[in-house]
Design a protein around this ligand. Sequence first.
Ligand code: HEM
Length: 223
Amino acid sequence: MAIRLSRTFVLRKLHQLTGIMPLGFFLLEHFYTNSKALAGAASFNDAVKDLQSIPYILFVEIGGIFIPLIYHAVYGLVITAEARPNNLAYPYPRNWFYTVQRVTGIILFFFIAFHVLNFRFGMIPGLNTISVAHHPEQSFDIVSREFRMIPIFIVYMVGITATVWHLANGIWLFLVDWGITIGERAQRLAGYACIAFGVVLLLVGINAAVAFIRPGGLLAGIM
Ligand code: HEM
């Protein structure tokens, strides 16, 4: 017997899948590259140069990052517009997580648009007009100059925190929605694992950002 899948079901599953792969995996790679700044400017610039030397890099970026990101972002806003939060009547943690997932999605929409125009394309007049991707030898200096501006650094701290929260909670949602964690105990344990993952990822992301304004990052002198 043929199974008919509704259009909304397929769009929804595709939205969930793009959040994990490629976007979640890309975030891990991104934080890894940023962490090269811990070893100094030359190490970070070399990492950017290596990424840009990947064959067909533009097509890899378009197919592997930009298209999934635009789909996930736009359909995420559609899902958010349909949301009916009722946190005050039912203040359960999962209910709050539902709302925070949507709020962080909106923050991410504006933050990622700004971040990509800023560093990838160098298209923010008055702030940065040099594309990091096209000038790998200047990439550390471009980021470092901006991060020394306190409002910009705060924007990045909020953006990194919102992104990590969205991914960590998103992984938990994915595990439940795709029937990977079934049962109350499994879902509770998966919840703890996602919190631990989120805390570690947040520290890695913040430490990499700090490395652009403080040589060696938060643990300079210790490690
Ligand atoms: C750019 C703007 C973004 C918007 C507007 C957005 C919006 C949303 C919304 C509304 C949900 C909840 C869907 C639901 O409960 O059914 C969601 C889920 C998710 N998002 Fe995003 N998101 C964005 C970016 C990202 C990014 C950059 C990542 C990866 C780092 C990501 C990863 C995820 C994951 C893993 C889920 C869980 C999928 C699931 O429900 O199974 N999102 N997103």
